[in-house]
Design a protein around this ligand. Structure first.
Ligand code: NAP
Length: 264
């Protein structure tokens, strides 16, 4: 594969898991991060050696940019264009939890604004920028079989109400609509847009609530009774990158151990 993927928030956690799986199938990578350069460099090096182990020579390049800012988003696209030359897959993964889990009756505007700008405004306008570039590339393809795609990482919080992080749930719910909107708008250009909804995944984001989630998993919150891993999400993204769902767009792929199922 000559394909190039840009993954936001790929230094750690789910984004790193996605990067490693895309490296395995031979994608070159722009590894975006906000501040943790050492982690981004390690992910990039691990991706290059993973790819080599599977017979691929890829480039994995760390790129610092704050996706909540217009300048950061432009810088990320410019970096990908200048250093990697094309864009086949955008994965909107970066996201943050509220600094404090506050009850709905006490939650602050400051936390609301922070989450809206990183988790929602960032992916909305980054997808807009990437989509314009992808459309231009479909008119003058960078290689044979050019088939651009966009993936949005949401969460079970798109529909599961957590009253101690309402702002987070709102951003994830809105990202589901972002998926639908871009899926409809980009279908005529042959660009599918997919939503991946992870469940409870073992990363830094969930490290502060590990005991609580250990208990919930032991008590049967999901039919598959284990923590999800970044690799679980990465494998779903790699399947989409390889064109596994060619007649689908706006599709929601649950990677949650069956959390979304109702039982009686
Ligand atoms: P994480 O371990 O906390 O990693 C967050 C990543 O996002 C890091 O790479 C971080 O970069 C980057 N980031 C944060 N703010 C950014 C910004 N303004 N601009 C660019 N990058 C930024 O989180 P995670 O658990 O992997 O979560 C990844 C995504 O999955 C999020 O959207 C999250 O909502 C979603 N999700 C997580 C879970 C879960 O259980 N963990 C479940 C469902 C959905 P630095 O390393 O530089 O800080």
């Amino acid at each position: 594969m000559e394909a190039v993927a840009l993954i936001t928030g790929a230094s750690r956690g789910i984004g790193r898991g996605i990067a490693l799986e895309l490296a395995r199938i031979g994608c070159s990578l722009a590894i975006n991060y906000a501040g943790n350069r050492a982690a981004a460099e390690k992910t990039a090096a691990d991706c290059e050696s993973r790819a080599a182990g599977h017979g691929h020579a890829i480039r994995a390049l760390p790129c610092q940019a704050d996706i909540s800012t217009s300048a950061g988003r432009q810088q990320l696209l410019d970096f990908t264009r200048d250093r990697l030359g094309r864009l086949d897959l955008l994965v909107n993964n970066a996201g943050v939890a509220p600094a404090v889990r506050a009850d709905l009756l006490d939650a602050s505007e400051e936390s609301f604004d922070r989450l809206m700008s990183i988790n929602l405004k960032g992916p909305y306008f980054l997808t807009q920028l990437a989509a314009r570039w992808m459309i231009a590339q479909t008119q003058s393809p960078p290689g044979p079989d050019y088939a651009p795609k966009i993936v949005i990482i949401t969460s079970v919080s798109a529909y599961a109400a957590s009253v101690n992080r309402g702002d987070y749930c709102l951003t994830k719910s809105a990202l589901s609509m972002l998926t639908a909107l871009f899926a409809v708008r980009l279908a005529p250009h042959g660009i599918p847009v997919y939503e991946i909804r992870p469940g409870i995944i073992d990363t830094d984001m969930t490290s502060g609530v590990k005991e609580k989630y250990d208990r919930l998993i032991a008590d049967g919150i999901s039919p598959i009774a284990r923590w999800g891993t970044p690799e679980d999400v990465g494998r779903a993204v790699a399947a989409l990158a390889q064109g596994a769902l060619p007649f689908s767009t706006g599709e929601v792929i649950n990677v949650d151990g069956g959390f979304h199922l109702r039982t009686l």
